[in-house]
Design a protein around this ligand. Sequence first.
Ligand SMILES: C[S@@+](CC[C@H](N)C(=O)[O-])C[C@H]1O[C@@H](n2cnc3c(N)ncnc32)[C@H](O)[C@@H]1O
Length: 199
Amino acid sequence: MADVNYRQLVLDIGKHDNYAVVFRSTLEDMAAKVDFSHVKSCVAFGTGGGEREIEFARRLLPNLRSFTAVEPDPESVRALRANFQDGKLPGVETSVVETTLESWSGVQKHVDAVLLFDMLLHIHITDRKALFQKLITQYLSYGGVVAIISSTSSFTRVILERLGMSQVVYDNLEGDMVDAGFHVVLKQDYEVVETYLTL
Ligand SMILES: C[S@@+](CC[C@H](N)C(=O)[O-])C[C@H]1O[C@@H](n2cnc3c(N)ncnc32)[C@H](O)[C@@H]1O
């Protein structure tokens, strides 16, 4: 990963949009459409401080008992550990692995869900396809689900520019997932408004 203060970058950009509000109302929409009550365990990659993943789990995964987060950025890992200790996921055993998705040693026991929130842009296309195969063959239990968020806001554009990476096209991700053997349960578009004020 390029040498940037990733956590600070994410926090700075987040001040200029209504992502948090839109995210929350999207969860409400999803709660009415999908049933994740079978999900007892999950792995989340590239969680940053984990705020979104924790909110997702609180709202949509009522029976979650085990949550593993894989995140390489040390500042984000510090925030993540603090967020996990905040009592927001009562009854859930949490663990943090400070590493990249590519270097992670993998699951010891199949999980019911994998969360990939705005992080696939960091994964090379070849590794991405390999990951989707692994999700099905090694990580997920039968009937397991993958939740993907792929933003195209200036939030991700700024990050991509700083890191010298290119935008991920959601439809390509979906195509690669289908090629790996998944089917789409729900696809939900949402619009984030960005406000940049200058003096
Ligand atoms: C745009 S942030 C998304 C954070 C969080 N998931 C969210 O939606 O708010 C992308 C995260 O992916 C992490 N990341 C970057 N490269 C990674 C890799 N190879 N494996 C796992 N995570 C990675 C970054 O450190 C960062 O925390």
